[in-house]
Design a protein around this ligand. Structure first.
Ligand code: C5P
Length: 231
């Protein structure tokens, strides 16, 4: 399983995105297209990034009834992305339907990841609003096990929870972790963070946004991430 750094392209449109990526002359970073860029530009954003030679994580976090998710995943499977995702909270039936919809007639499909518990939801909100009387660690472990049993390939989780997921689901079950900051960097709105080097042991991919996109020298920041994370 190859480790890699995924840059979160949290831009409002393709003009900003292409301008940002044009700074990379010697490497083709793996990129993440989220809701903002996808809702603004649609599938053409994915086609353009593919043409430019990038690997793509399409981060749309699907969560609906199984039949709707299955059909939506069927559409996404034709977009030729490398990774996409859904919410594990949609239940095992929804995740099984997603795997079915995403699988192409030739049996291939993108890597499918499940979001366990958003890092913006703390234990207090989980208990008070979602009425889940467990610890975040218990929920992440249980949701990851559900995802694995539904045929999903891995989870998106906090780097601080990746160890629990690997212990519960095995080393081949992917852990993709946002919430990465350099030791000397700013936190922004992220609360539970770790450095690329510290994420190395239990994360297969790290997702990095502002520490690269808002850096004075994004290419140098990207290289620093790769060096610290991939070694
Ligand atoms: O700028 P920053 O490095 O915080 O960006 C992290 C990226 O990872 C953003 O695109 C954010 O939406 C995404 N993400 C996250 N926490 C999650 C899931 C996704 O920060 N639990």
């Amino acid at each position: 399983m190859g480790k890699d750094v995924i840059i979160a392209l949290d831009f409002a449109g393709m003009d900003d995105t292409v301008a940002f990526l044009s700074q990379f002359k010697d490497e083709k970073p793996f990129v993440k297209v989220g809701m903002e860029l996808f809702y603004a530009e649609g599938p053409s954003a994915v086609h353009k990034l593919r043409e430019m030679g990038h690997k793509i994580f399409l981060d749309l976090k699907l969560h609906d009834i199984p039949n709707t998710v299955k059909k939506a995943m069927r559409v996404l499977s034709s977009l030729d992305v490398d990774m996409c995702n859904l919410h594990a909270a949609g239940t095992r039936a929804m995740m099984e339907a997603a795997v079915e919809g995403l699988t192409r007639p030739d049996g291939t499909r993108p890597i499918l990841l499940a979001v366990t518990q958003l890092t913006s939801t703390d234990e207090e909100r989980m208990r008070q609003e979602l009425l889940i009387p467990h610890t975040v660690a218990e929920v992440v472990e249980s949701y990851a096990a559900n995802a694995k049993s539904a045929g999903v390939d891995g989870v998106v989780c906090s780097p601080l929870e990746a160890k629990i997921v690997k212990a519960a689901c095995g080393k081949d079950f992917y852990t993709v972790t946002p919430g990465i900051r350099f030791a000397d960097g700013e936190l922004g709105d992220q609360k539970r963070v770790t450095t690329p080097a510290a994420a190395r042991e239990f994360s297969d991919y790290i997702v990095v946004g502002r520490p690269i996109t808002a850096a004075k020298d994004p290419v140098a920041a990207y290289r620093r991430c790769v060096n610290e994370f991939c070694g």
